[in-house]
Design a protein around this ligand. Structure first.
Ligand code: UDP
Length: 320
């Protein structure tokens, strides 16, 4: 059985669905602080908090857990700057709780949700995995710290792991059974769709004077179901004896904020109002990842890579 922490959240829920479709048994461990109970449509649900080691132990006692996918944590870069304690506690200390219980129960396979924020301001585009890790905010430092911890835990305790460094997760389950829902929402594509459906009056463009072709930031958007696939492949890789490693998950190409808005206008048929706004602190102009390593080693092949498909699946979910 596979334990999925944070499996009621956006990426975790998509991974949970895919694992079940591929014959795996799963248990989702989630405190529903940001996740949604109705996203856990597959496998077992174990309500619990990673802050509480006893609850984690109880879960490991109840189910025959063989491997862990760890999505649980908090994920707002801005909030991590104003409330770093919340981030170090939830994302680092609680991960230690999980790792210690894994050790107690002799579970030594872990897939960790890392992020391209570990790189900080990129020096090379597309970013390779061996790019220096110089995160520029507490959220990124938490991710890097966990990657460091995992390296030490592998050496000392044999916890084999894969760090999956996501670029911009986007889109929704092609069957529209689950999708993206954050409160508050800060991500570009759902906010653009909020403006399309009239839930919001407009979408702000954070910075129009970047040194990019149209002056707006460029990001590497990767479909959430493709991310889910990478988790499944990473699990199979470790199960087949693969060694611990880190992999970027992106498409290797980027789209600007204006391109996202233009594509959303075309797909939704709505006249989405876009208002130029000031830059958001800490936004690098361009973030694009090289995912060749994941393609070569994990045999990962993103399927939903064009922006139209990404936004169309998000829109179908959004309308629901
Ligand atoms: N963005 C924007 N308006 C918004 C939200 C985001 O212009 O209301 C921009 C943001 O500055 C970044 C890109 O859209 O360049 C993607 O931002 P998002 O928050 O979705 O993901 P991030 O890149 O921060 O992980």
């Amino acid at each position: 059985m596979i334990l999925i922490t944070g499996g009621a959240g956006y990426v975790g829920a998509h991974a949970n669905k895919l694992l079940n479709q591929n014959g795996y048994k799963t248990v989702v461990f989630d405190n529903l602080s940001t996740g949604h109970r109705e996203f856990v449509k597959w496998g077992e649900f174990f309500p619990g908090d990673l802050a509480d080691r006893e609850q984690i132990r109880h879960c490991f006692h109840t189910y025959p857990i063989e491997a862990v996918m760890h999505f649980g944590g908090v994920a707002y870069v801005g909030e991590s700057v104003t409330d770093p304690a919340k981030y170090y506690r939830n994302n680092v200390v609680n991960t230690l709780n999980l790792l210690d219980v894994m050790r107690e129960f002799h579970v030594s396979t872990l897939i960790f949700s890392s992020s391209c924020v570990v790189y900080g301001i990129p020096e090379i585009i597309p970013i390779p995995e061996n790019h220096p890790l110089r995160p520029i905010n507490p959220y990124g430092r938490c991710k890097r710290t966990v990657e460091d911890i995992l390296q030490d835990y592998e050496k000392a305790y044999g916890i084999r792991h894969v760090n999956l460094r996501y670029f911009n997760a986007a889109g929704a389950d092609p069957d529209a059974e689950i999708g993206e829902r954050h409160d508050p929402e800060t991500h570009l594509i759902p906010l653009v769709l909020d403006a399309a459906s009239g839930r919001k009056e407009d979408v702000k463009i954070f910075g129009t004077d970047y040194e990019t072709a149209d002056g707006t930031c460029i990001r590497d958007y990767i479909h959430v179901t493709d991310l889910a696939h990478a988790h499944l492949l990473a699990l199979q890789y470790l199960t087949n004896g693969g060694s611990s490693d880190s992999f970027n998950l992106g498409n290797g190409n980027g789209f600007s904020v204006r391109e996202v808005i233009e594509t959303a206008r075309r797909i939704t048929g709505k006249d989405i109002k876009a208002t130029p706004w000031e830059r958001r602190d800490g936004d690098p102009p361009v973030l694009i990842g090289s995912a060749e390593k994941a393609m070569n080693t994990l045999h990962w092949k993103p399927r939903y890579h064009d922006l139209t498909t990404l936004i169309r699946t998000a829109w179908t979910w959004h309308k629901k």
